[in-house]
Design a protein around this ligand. Structure first.
Ligand code: SF4
Length: 274
């Protein structure tokens, strides 16, 4: 998953070995967003410089805006699920490890060939590092990832009865699994209210004023404080998909944005005209 979760279906899917998530990728938006301002000066729009993930934090998004912010994302994102393809918790774990600093698309291309051949800890362990590399060599950092995946498979077999742990401590003890990967697995596989802050969530949180912070951990903690209970489990995927397809780094699609009214990004009116 590039650096960086309806919720019930995905967890049922991940627990069902027969589920084929490859046929169930998420739909994007139902609408193109009707709330963007239409009274923006075109003259101003021509002077806008592209903003990036370094966009300075916006003013804090008011508490009264938080619930509608997520309600509108929920109304427009039909399936808040990961775009990584998997059909078991183990496949998800390996896909997330492989996705560090790589795109979901590149990981899916590799795992589509790997998983039909090996999709259990024992089978991937049997491939060995060199055998595994043949399947993942198109993914960045594949040498170190192959090493980590083989070690993780060994530990799963020897310490966890080949079952993916459902707690942070055991997950983070696995090779190649840091806080973000553990958060993704805990959220997506086990439905826990964790927040894996990736580049999209970090940008969207700061830009909208939803959860401003200089570090990933600071943003994660603020999100956990601010996201309403009704949305806490799916917020992770709402924010990732919103950042990936609407609130993009260089050119946020403010003119099509469903949370335009709630967002505190100071240049949103200018970008609405682009
Ligand atoms: S209005 Fe623009 S900056 Fe604000 S969330 Fe929407 S796309 Fe992002």
């Amino acid at each position: 998953m590039s650096q960086p979760t309806a919720s019930q279906p995905i967890r049922k899917k991940s627990d069902n070995k027969n589920f084929d998530s490859k046929k169930s990728l998420p739909k994007r938006s139902k609408s193109k967003g009707k709330s963007a301002s239409k009274s923006v000066s075109k003259k101003k729009a021509t002077t806008v410089k592209h903003k990036t993930a370094d966009t300075p934090p916006s003013r804090r998004l008011p508490n009264r805006n938080v619930y509608p912010f997520f309600q509108k994302l929920a109304d427009t994102i039909d399936e808040p699920v990961t775009e990584l393809e998997y059909s078991s918790n183990f496949e998800l774990l390996i896909a997330v490890i492989l996705s560090a600093q790589a795109t979901d698309v590149s990981v899916n291309l590799a795992t589509r060939k790997l998983y039909p051949v090996a999709n259990t800890p024992e089978q991937i362990y049997q491939l060995g590092e060199e055998g595994l590399k043949e399947y993942i060599k198109t993914i960045g950092l594949f040498n170190s990832k192959a090493k980590n995946v083989i070690k993780t498979c060994k530990d799963l077999i020897e310490k966890h009865n080949s079952i993916v742990p459902d707690n942070r401590k055991d997950l983070e003890a696995l090779a190649g699994v840091g806080r973000k990967t553990a958060n993704v697995v805990l959220n997506t596989a086990f439905g826990q209210p964790t927040m894996a802050v990736d580049t999209h969530i970090f940008r969207v949180s700061n830009r909208t004023g939803l959860a401003t912070g200089r570090t990933v951990l600071a943003v994660e903690q603020k999100l956990l404080e601010r996201v309403p209970k009704d949305f806490i489990v799916d917020a992770h995927h709402y924010l990732i998909l919103h950042g990936r397809y609407t609130c993009q780094a260089r050119t946020p699609q403010c003119g099509k944005c469903p949370v335009y009214a709630e967002c505190m990004f100071k240049d949103k009116a200018k970008f609405a005209e682009i």
